[in-house]
Design a protein around this ligand. Sequence first.
Ligand code: ATP
Length: 235
Amino acid sequence: MLKIENLHTSYGPVEALHGIDINIEDGAIVGVLGANGAGKTTLLKSIAGLLRVSKGHTVYAGKDITNLSAQRIVKLGISLVPQGRLLFTEMSVRENLEMGAYLLQDRTEFNKRLDDVHAMFPILKARAQQMVALMSGGEQQMLAVARALMTKPDLILLDEPSIGLAPKIFDQILDTIKDLNTVRQTTIVIAEQNVKKILKIVDHAYVLESGKVVIEGTSEQLSNNEAIRQAYLGL
Ligand code: ATP
């Protein structure tokens, strides 16, 4: 579904990604793991068209999407849930969902998507008029995922959904993500530092260090890898 080939991205003169190769199969849940500053956010933003790629390619559903605008990439079916969620916290839940669908003109389709999202996250229907700033971290993360779903994506890129969440709440978010994948066959890429939990839900994962993939494999392979066990699992 998504093939990333020799991807390089720089911030001014400083290169942050030094030739990333990643393959994401249709319907998979794939982890992008690594410590602070490894390049996870840079990678997701490069895929989503929010950063300019200096070299290499991103091919999505057979189409080269490298350096297309973020808007075009959303229309093609890729949606990013950004780190820190970036919700409009002074606005209501409903208004945030409307912002998620701002590219959509068709009212019937909008209502259909809203019903769909409400079925998945009933709390967002119950709290439709509530100001987002008054919601808990877990509810806000659900809203961030729901806002991304309003674009009806085939591929969702989640950037560190665990940030600011208690472990139990993060587990609930992971259950929701798993459901999204199982029930709707949405392909998921999840960037996280929380390696232990992620290896329980992904099919395949890539470990980034200093802008490069250093290890990749199935979750079973990574869970049994000695270097991963020592560096990330504390075993
Ligand atoms: P984190 O978990 O902290 O978000 P990350 O794995 O997502 O880490 P990135 O944020 O992608 O890592 O950072 C990769 C590298 O790019 C780091 O060396 C970082 O300092 C650098 N970097 C990130 N954003 C910028 C920026 N706006 N300008 C300059 N350098 C940046």
